[in-house]
Design a protein around this ligand. Structure first.
Ligand code: 9D3
Length: 232
């Protein structure tokens, strides 16, 4: 059995309590598959008021997060896990996707750095960050929720975390297609009927229908998925 360790650095450590104390993530932690630690950035400030930002050189509105607290927090993590990969969650990063989730799931340790809207001193990126990751093209107020997204996407890929490993196999077998429509009882809900083919008992025909429906939906909603590395 293998453990993936996450060290998260944030000025809002409390934000992680409920999402990580819940359901699948919590069970994975209890079973030793996941080791999740959250570090309060302010504790690494040497300022008497635990300040972690300052006004920008060159002028301009707003504040910039200081390099020192991040440098000290990352150094502390590296004392325990020297081999850690340090990721900065930032809207200017490479877009996160399933392939990246698989890649990260094979590593032993990830340190996630959360910035806030104001921005961070460029020297953090230059000297302490291995990779910058965004979760999509929209603006949030900080890297905390993106860090949770990353933890969840990566954790569920670890052997033993999901109750049913078949669902991951099926997911990757379905390749870059959206899901086909699914139905369960009743077969007729107030005149809204389940497609006949699904109750035909003809499994070959059912598979063909599901595949065709998945393709139709993908063409309509996400034609970009059909262009990129097709496995269908
Ligand atoms: C002030 C100009 N902004 C550039 C778009 C800077 C900025 C905006 C928002 C800096 C930080 C943030 C807060 N967002 C994140 O830290 C963040 C994020 C996001 O906003 N969208 C998608 N992925 C991510 S990962 C981290």
């Amino acid at each position: 059995m293998r453990t993936l360790r996450f060290d998260i650095v944030s000025i809002f450590p409390g934000m992680f309590e409920s999402p990580f104390g819940d359901s699948i993530i919590q069970r994975a932690r209890e079973e030793g598959l996941l080791d999740l630690r959250v570090h309060d950035l302010r504790e690494f400030s040497l300022n008497k008021h635990k300040k972690v930002d300052d006004s920008p050189f060159g002028g301009g509105v707003g504040m910039v997060m200081n390099v020192e607290p991040f440098a000290r927090a990352i150094a502390e993590v590296k004392k325990e896990v020297p081999e850690t990969r340090t990721l900065l969650l930032s809207p200017g990063g490479r877009p996160f996707d399933q392939e990246k989730a698989w890649e990260l799931s094979r590593l032993p340790s990830l340190t996630l750095i959360c910035g806030r809207y104001e921005g961070i001193d460029e020297r953090v990126r230059q000297h302490f960050v291995d990779e910058e990751i965004s979760i999509g093209d929209y603006v949030l107020t900080g890297g905390e929720i993106p860090a949770m997204v990353l933890v969840e996407a990566v954790s569920r890929l670890l052997p033993g975390v999901l109750g049913d490993p078949d669902s991951i196999v099926e997911e990757s077998f379905a390749g870059n297609l959206l899901e086909y429509p699914q139905y369960t009882r009743p077969q007729d809900y107030q005149g809204m009927k389940v497609p006949e083919v699904l109750v035909s008992g003809d499994h070959k025909k059912i598979r063909a229908w599901q595949k065709a429906e998945a393709l139709k939906k993908t063409e309509r909603v996400r034609p970009d998925l059909l262009k990129k590395n097709r496995r269908s």
